[in-house]
Design a binder for this molecule. Structure first.
Ligand code: FAD
Length: 416
């Protein structure tokens, strides 16, 4: 706020969040021929960039920031998209079609697209505020880790054996750190994958020198002089370390929307056109809870670049009068060491898994079945299975013989 009262601004379409969904919404609107003004408001100081490399090539130092930008900085000005960086949205008045930024600035809109993503879930144990604890969500987090490594950190404890924790572990091993992964469940990747994938990655990380502790909770982060020196496990053991990386899930960043009255209990609810329950407000990406057609219409949130981009395109089209319900096959990838995992479909509610190929060759596919139908593929180094598996799932297949799916001499495309 300044001496003369709060400043104000407005745009035809305001996009909140400069991540994957927000950036693609602006790109999609211009591609669809939208000529009105577009403003993107984002908390982060950087122009839109890709988040996946933060636990992969960027963290490893293999890609500079310029190479992970979603578009070169000048693109946004060329497309007449105003970027308000370093600005958080504090509240929304949907009846007046106005939002308030954290510095008090009022911003009017005709349509609002919320792509706020999520914040990392924080540790709630003693020692959680010590220096040397890192979350992995934005550039600042990755830069913090890189600075700690440069300053000589050599021993890391990764809390959480999900994709982000494991990717970070792989990079840290490559950088010659001693790494221990602590996971509360009895297997890695328990929330997202079947046991064949869990076991394969546990073996791979062990082979690469990572110490994996399953079925272990963390009761305290211990430190000295305000800085991390170790992690105390529930079993009483202390793992000495110089840094702690936390990957224990995310919390959708939707507080202003919910406070304004939008429906939602796990993120914000949206319909097939990504409309929230508030007039002229859409929501997309990690924070958008939707009935997914590839999960028997279960209401879920997806945390993937594919979902953020495809929802952004759904909204851009809907705003331009080309209303097409969101109907995109989910896909995802994870890179660890030299291994590339690609997933297609959603394995929610699977009742059987088929392993196609031999995990010992480090190239194999896991097919998730529900009532005799394939519903998802996890492909480790099997690009053909992934490409053809996507096509098969998009065809919404009926029952397929398990022996046929397991037979590597029969191409998946022959089953479409
Ligand atoms: P984000 O990209 O998170 O963007 C949200 C933006 O909104 C952020 O910049 C945030 O600061 C801002 N914001 C939030 N609240 C406010 C507010 N009130 N005011 C202003 N700005 C606000 N997905 C894959 O498919 N493959 C991968 O390999 C993969 N790897 C990943 C690795 C890491 C380390 C991380 C963190 C994520 C990874 N993901 C991956 C997930 C993927 O990056 C996300 O699903 C995707 O970024 C979601 O896009 P989004 O627009 O919903 O949110």
């Amino acid at each position: 706020m300044n001496a003369t009262g709060p400043s104000s601004a407005s745009a035809d379409i305001v996009i909140v969040g400069t991540g994957h969904g927000g950036a693609q919404a602006a790109i999609g609107l211009r591609q669809q021929g939208h000529e009105g003004s577009i403003m993107m408001v984002g908390r982060e100081p950087n122009p839109p960039y890709e988040r996946p490399p933060l636990s992969k090539e960027y963290l490893a130092g293999d890609k500079a920031f310029e190479r992970i930008m979603i578009r070169p900085e000048k693109f946004w000005a060329d497309k007449d998209v105003e970027l308000r960086l370093g600005s958080g949205v504090a509240s929304i008045d949907w009846m007046r079609h106005t939002l308030t930024l954290s510095d008090g600035t009022q911003v009017g809109y005709r349509r609002l697209i919320w792509s706020g993503g999520a914040d990392p879930r924080r540790l709630g144990i003693p020692g959680a505020n010590l220096k040397g604890i890192f979350y992995v969500r934005d550039k600042r987090d990755a830069d913090g880790m890189m600075a700690a490594l440069e300053a000589g950190a050599k021993r890391a404890v990764v809390i959480g054996g999900g994709y982000i924790g494991l990717e970070a572990a792989a990079v840290l091993r490559k950088l010659d750190c001693e790494v221990t992964v602590v996971e509360m469940q009895d297997r890695l990747l328990a929330r997202v994958a079947g046991t064949a994938i869990s076991e394969f990655y546990a073996e791979e990380h062990t082979r690469q020198g990572v110490d994996i502790r399953l079925s272990q909770g963390v009761s305290e982060v211990v430190g000295d002089d305000g800085k991390v020196t170790g992690v105390l496990l529930d079993n009483g053991e202390t793992l000495p370390c110089d840094m702690v990386i936390v990957g224990i899930g995310i919390v959708p960043a939707v507080a202003p929307l919910i406070a304004a009255g939008a429906a939602g209990s796990n993120g914000v609810d949206v319909d097939v056109f990504c409309r929230t329950t508030l007039d002229d407000i859409f929501a997309i990406g990690d924070c958008a809870a939707h009935a997914n057609p590839f999960a028997d219409s279960a209401v879920i949130r997806l945390e993937s670049v594919q979902n953020a981009n495809d929802m952004a395109n759904t909204v851009a089209k809907a705003i331009m009068g080309d209303k097409q319900p969101y109907h995109a096959l989910p896909w995802f990838w994870s890179n660890q060491y030299d291994l590339k995992l690609q997933t297609a479909g959603l394995n929610i509610g699977y009742d059987e898994t088929i392993v196609r190929g031999d995990p010992a060759t480090r190239k194999f596919t896991v097919i998730y079945m529900k009532e005799g139908r394939p519903i998802a593929f996890d492909c480790v180094g099997t690009m053909k299975d992934y490409v053809q598996g996507r096509k098969l799932l998009e065809s919404e297949p009926g029952k397929i013989d398990a022996a046929l799916l397991a037979d590597t001499d029969v191409a998946i495309k022959e089953m479409i």
